[in-house]
Design a protein around this ligand. Structure first.
Ligand SMILES: [Zn+2]
Ligand SMILES: [Zn+2]
Length: 220
């Protein structure tokens, strides 16, 4: 069993750990006496990043039917070849590479509509890029269901929606239910999930059909 944990303290050569998940049943049944501890050094891939990568690959594996190990190798190869980068190892790559690989995996899931056990909001390691991918793929930033575009910067009264240039305005992708909730309690909802609106660029406006306003799904 592999778990991640928070270091509570190190005192008199003793390390006190608080596991992120409940391990009491496992400990009771298997009575393990020893553990292996891998310490994050803030530069190489973290335990959390590795856990996220394996969780997403597991979801992709359940969806595609490929063996996780075989799939991981294929996805690493695809990630490297697309970005023209050197081969890396998940055991000792740097944090930036791990972060970019997680973003690549999230993008893969959105692109192919891979159903995931948890919302990818819980797996992302780069919230800004994640919020961008949600808009690009019209997926709710909270639950990943099909989404509408919510403008965080209100388009003022009297401004013609058809003529408003959306580039530079802040927006976020939200499903119908979360969109309605955002109109009731935006601040609290965003704080709860640690999400925010990001600036729309030309690419997003184009795929979201925003400049023309034709398919703008924002309700007034
Ligand atoms: Zn809205
Ligand atoms: Zn939602």
């Amino acid at each position: 069993m592999v778990v991640t944990a928070k270091i509570e303290k190190l005192e008199d050569g003793k390390l006190v750990l608080k596991p992120d998940t409940d391990i009491s049943r496992f400990v009771e049944q298997k009575r393990p006496r020893r553990v292996e501890v891998r310490l994050d050094d803030g530069r190489t891939i973290s335990v959390d990043q590795r856990r996220k990568i394996f969780a997403i690959i597991r979801d992709i594996s359940l969806w595609s039917g490929h063996e996780p190990e075989e799939l991981r190798q294929y996805l690493e190869w695809d990630f490297c070849s697309r970005a023209m980068r050197e081969w890396f190892s998940l055991s000792d790559c740097d944090m930036t590479t791990a972060r970019e690989f997680i973003t690549y995996l999230i993008s893969f899931c959105f692109h192919w509509g891979v159903p995931t056990k948890d919302s990818l909001l819980t797996q992302t390691d780069d919230i800004g890029k994640y919020l961008y991918l949600c808009l690009e793929n019209r997926r709710c930033a909270i639950c990943n269901r099909p989404a509408e575009v919510h403008h965080v910067d209100r388009i003022g009264m009297g401004m013609d929606r058809e003529k408003v240039v959306h580039v530079g305005l802040n927006a976020i992708a939200l499903c119908r239910a979360h969109h309605e909730e955002a109109h009731r309690r935006e601040k609290a909802l965003f704080a709860e999930y640690h999400i925010y609106g990001i600036k729309l660029d030309k690419h997003l406006c184009k795929i979201l059909n925003l400049r023309s306003g034709e398919q703008s799904s924002e309700k007034r």
